[in-house]
Design a protein around this ligand. Sequence first.
Ligand code: SIN
Ligand code: CO
Length: 381
Amino acid sequence: MKKNQPLAHLNGLSPDEFLRVHWQKKPLLVRNAFPDFAAPLTAAEIFELAGRDEAESRLIVNKNNEWGIHHGPITKKILRDAKKSLWTVLVQDTQHFSREAHQLLQQFRFIPTARIDDLMVSYAVKGGGVGPHFDSYDVFLLQGEGKRRWQISAQRDLSLVPDHALKIMANFKAEKEWVLETGDMLYLPPGYAHHGVAETDCVTWSIGFRAPTELELSHAYLDFLRDEISPEGLYQDADLEVTRNPGAIDLDMQSRLVKILSRVTHASATPDMMKRFAGRYFTEPKSHIYFDAPKATMSAQTFSQKIIARGVALDLKTRLLFVDILFFINGEDLAVPSKDRPIWRTLANVRKLSADEVTQLSENSFSLLQNLVNDGYLHIG
Ligand code: SIN
Ligand code: CO
C-alpha cells in the first residue's frame, strides 16, 4: 500500500486525511467501500470456527427482549437450541484462521500493527444483533452478505442496564441510521453508541483496535519491572543510633529506603526499559494462542536452499514488531544482526520476505529464521 494515496475504503480520503478528521474523532460512512467484497469465510466456515476450542467465540441470544450470552466453543447443539430466539454468533481473530481474513486486515495497515486487534466476524439471523452498546476502541464495521441497519448516537449518557452479562445501554437514542449492504462500511470512534439489527440473515466483519487502559499498561509495566530489576544487597544500618521512638519509622530509616528504591524508579524511567516493555507487551500473543512446530526439522543447508528459492512469511498468528533497533516476536526479544535490520524491518512491516530479500541476509539471520520456523512462528514461502 502506497503511504498516502486516497483509498476507496476511506471514502476517497487519504489515510492522512482520515486520521486527521475521523480517527478517534467522528464516524465515517463509506458506501461501497469494497465494491467486489469477497467474504473471507462462508457461513458454514464461521459456524465451524465458532465450534473450535482454539477460536474465541460467543453466541448472543435475544428472546422476548431478554438478552443471554454463551461463551464458546459454540457447538451445533447450542446453535440448534438458539433457533427459537434471535441470535448472533461472533468469532474473534478470524485473521488467525483464514488467509483471506488476514489479507482484509492488511487493508488497514495505515494504522500501526501494535494498535490493531483483530478481524471479528458476526453472523446474525434476521432481527438479531448484540443490542445497543459502545466499545472502548475504534471499529470499522464492514458489511458482508445480507443487510444490517446501524443506528448510531453521540450521546453522553452511556449508562448500562444494571447487573447484566452483556453491556446493553439503558437509554440509547438513535441520532442517525443507515442500512448497510454488502461492501458498505461504517467507522466509529471509541465510546460511540451504536446498535446494529440484521435486516436479513447477515454477516458483519469488524476491524477492531487495541486500546489498553492506562491501568492495564501500568500493571503490565510493573510486572515487567519485577522481572527486569534485581538489585542485590540488604537493608543495612551500621550507623544506627539510639532512638527515643522505637515505634517510629524515623527519618534515617526513610532516607535509607529512598536510596534503595530510587534504583527501581531510576531504572523504570529509562527509555530502554520502556522500549523493551513496549516490544514485549505489544507482541505478546493472547493467552489461548499456540503455535504449531513443524513435524520434521531440516538441515541448515536444505533450509537455506528453500528460503533462497521461496522466501519466508510470518505465521498468521505471529506478531513481529520493532522499536528502533530492538526487535520482538510473540512476546520475546529477537537478536537481529545489525547489518540485516532493514530487511527484518521489512518483514515486520509487510509480514513476508521475497526470495530476493532473503538472499541479502547474513548467515546469522538464516539461523535465526530457521529457529523461528522451528517454533512455528514463520513459514517457508
Ligand atoms: C456485530 O457484528 O454484531 C457487533 C459488532 C459491534 O457492534 O462492534
Ligand atoms: Co460494537
